[in-house]
Design a protein around this ligand. Sequence first.
Ligand SMILES: Cc1cc2nc3c(=O)[nH]c(=O)nc-3n(C[C@H](O)[C@H](O)[C@H](O)COP(=O)(O)O)c2cc1C
Length: 396
Amino acid sequence: MAFKVTDKVIWVGKIDWGLRRFHGDEYSTHRGSSYNAYLIRDKKNVLIDTVWLPFAKEFVDELRKEINLKDIDYIVMNHGEIDHSGALSELMKHIPDTPIYCTANAVKSLKGHYHQDWNFVTVKTGDVLDIGESKLTFIEARMLHWPDTMFTYMSGENILFSNDAFGHHLAADPMFNDSVDQAELYYESMKYYANILTPFSYLISDKIEEVLSFHLPLDMICPSHGVIWRENPEQIIRKYLEWANDYQENQITIIYDTMWNGTRRMAEYICKGIREADGDVTIKLLNVADTDKNDLIVEVFKSKAILVGCPTINKAISFATMGILEMIRGLSFKNKKGAAFGTYGWSGESPKIINEELSKAGFEIVSQPLKEIWHPGEEALNRCKEFGRKFVENIM
Ligand SMILES: Cc1cc2nc3c(=O)[nH]c(=O)nc-3n(C[C@H](O)[C@H](O)[C@H](O)COP(=O)(O)O)c2cc1C
């Protein structure tokens, strides 16, 4: 499948409708994804990126229907990750001398994966490739999200090929932002940002300001996953600026695990206390073992504060609780507050461990941990309510 993006640009990627897990099991893709590659036909013909390795042969076969491979003058690799470079080895068997334009770091990542000495042409920010009526300008985007990443801007058509930035895991047909469900698109874009780009938020505002400082007219953003932003492409740039700036909504998320429902009861009464103290705040109460971890990360991303609860298990905390705390730590959220709670039988280490993990993740701990023995009775539940009320005061 291929489709026309503009008179000069053809989408030649792969829609992966069936994908449900990405990066191993690190990222859930409830709505599938796409690997977007683009063929530019000007005086020179340019291929921007390829697709994921399992689709390499299919990609080359389909590309052949659009162009004699020997007529591809240049390949641009915006990023060396396997979902975009996976078909390169298959393609280069047919056109081994074709120059590959990429950053110096992408030479390292491409050699690191494929161990081939292809005809690399390294580019830096501001370098220009003349392809006829249009020009391609390269903009390095280090750590968005690998050291090798860059954007490619095409003049004339006014398209920013942004690779993973502004992308989302969403299979769609047609693949344009104005033809998909807007709530799904917003959610998947935020999920991508929260789960992949949050650690690099400190770079994103500056990079966007740098791109805007070139004063390039922008008609479309063509990312490497999901739909093309052709209607009001600035909307996703504005969202990125918001998300990069320690984003939070008026939300508190309570994440808990339980074996016999004691910690769930604590969580529910903490929730009541929060509601009594604040009538407006959005509260989400989520069982960590039953909730998709990447969806949970979206809720943490939106929250100004979180509470994490878990019973003590073998002087420690549950696998699911430790897992989400480790993910939260890796994502380096900023300007968020937290506290811990949980039930126990005899030694009761869990809330202390949770607090330590939240501190390591950069959360400000605003309450002493709350622990209750065995299944909480009325008095214990009242303490939980009070804990919720106080938590609201403490995060003010
Ligand atoms: C396998 C297992 C291991 C446990 N290990 C500990 C422990 O090391 N220290 C402790 O204080 N309680 C321990 N407990 C007791 C639980 O913390 C207690 O039953 C708690 O009330 C369970 O909370 P829940 O109802 O939220 O599942 C353990 C319970 C189980 C089932």
